[in-house]
Design a protein. Sequence first.
Length: 249
Amino acid sequence: MGADVRQVADGIHLVHGSHTNWVILGEGDAVTLIDTGYPGDREQLLASLAAVGSSPPAVTAVLLTHAHNDHLGSAEYLRTTYGTPVLAHPAEVPHARREFLQQVGVGAVLGNAWRPGVLPWLVHVLRVGGTQQHPVGAPEAFPVTDGPLDLPGRPVPVHTPGHTDGHCVFHLPDAGVVISGDALVSGHLTSRIEGPQLLPDMFHHERARAVTSLGLIEGLEADVLLPGHGPVHRGSVKAAARHARERAV
């Protein structure tokens, strides 16, 4: 399967993997790769870099929104094969190393198997290696500041805990873009609604904090949302986050 690469703005591409998105931020010959999809998405990941005229050696860093299996699937591969640094919020670094796991377990999934879409989602997860653990051997913490990271695209991290302790969204203020990971999505196989929303409850380590973090996203000025799941959402990100928060309460 080829990579589904969508150019959002100059130097900004959203890539739809098998069921998880990643983002490529380009600046000259260098790129920042935000998330890497499932382990089984590796061929699509490499193809997406080629599609934007890049390659793994040109990846300055892998930047993680969070360390769930469907987002860090090829991070360790890039680190060990190409020496690519893998960066995350300090609170997410031990999660990326798998010192602990804040991810929905089989028991919770089976307990929700009666819900529409859950069994097809589980079959997909198994097919793309989503239950495999691919810990990052030496993840690095990016500096916690109010400004942009010194990486292609100049992403500004915003700590949005709840989905995991160290989940972050990345704001591109000059482009009016928010890369939201799983803090705010626009669709999911296990959801029967479309548009901006919080993922179903079973996916969050602390749902109440995830709802609170939607308020942080409401404070970001942007009109394009690039979620970890679902299509690009165009329109006020402030309004999208508010809508998702109202739906979740």
